[in-house]
Design a protein around this ligand. Structure first.
Ligand code: COA
Length: 178
């Protein structure tokens, strides 16, 4: 199976990210949009999940990513995807938790995101992490036209130590090189 790691993205990853983006979304970001987030936006951060096959460090591949902004007190989750064959292994959860921690380190207190009303997997992931539904933004998305659900985690650090619990649960496979 192999392990996976989470690392900050570099501009060289652009083509791989674009490929995953186009496979995972019906209205994907363009190369230009991704490029702007990777190198032109001072608020933006980009994390990669990379699969590292055991004993073959030369065959590392990108299997997921998360783009997020830290804007003063707010972490804004912008774009998250994991390739189909690597889903349900906790990769998206680890990416989001790392983003929330990075936001906290920059004094962010809450996190927000919009998600397609039909993206039940993503909503389940965010609910699992403690996000709550805030409101609906009608016809927010195109191709297909669809409502957005606005979700929020406020505050990021819950009294029950939500993030710490998840990190503890992840255990073995994650090696953060952050
Ligand atoms: C949404 C997505 C990023 C989830 O990635 P993932 O790595 O498979 O998610 P994780 O393994 O970290 O899941 C963590 C938890 O989220 C929930 N979850 C994730 N996928 C789910 C699904 N298909 N159905 C129900 N719950 C799901 C579960 O609670 C899961 O925990 P569990 O496996 O212990 O039950 C992935 O399905 C994807 O890339 N989808 C297409 C793009 C997309 O919709 N992106 C989100 C835009 S906001």
């Amino acid at each position: 199976m192999g392990e996976w790691v989470i690392e900050p993205a570099t501009a060289e990853a652009l083509s791989d990210i674009l490929q995953i983006e186009e496979a995972c979304f019906s209205a994907p970001w363009t190369r230009k949009m991704l490029e702007a987030e990777l190198s032109g936006n001072p608020f933006a951060h980009f994390l990669l999940a990379k699969r590292v096959p055991p004993g073959d460090v030369g065959a590392v591949s990108i299997v997921g990513y998360l783009c997020f902004w830290v804007v003063f007190e707010e972490v804004r989750l912008m774009n998250l995807a994991v390739i189909e064959s690597m889903r349900r292994k906790g990769i998206a959860r680890a990416l989001v938790i790392q983003a929330l921690e990075m936001g906290q380190a920059q004094a962010a207190r809450c996190a927000v995101l919009e998600v397609r009303a039909s993206s039940h997997a993503a909503q389940a992931l965010y609910h699992h992490l403690g996000f709550r539904d805030v409101s609906i933004r009608p016809t927010y998305y195109t191709n297909p036209i669809e409502d957005a659900l606005l979700m929020e985690l406020d505050p990021i650090a819950t009294e029950s130590g939500l993030l710490a619990q998840h990190i503890h649960r992840e255990g073995g496979p994650i090696t953060s090189r952050q």
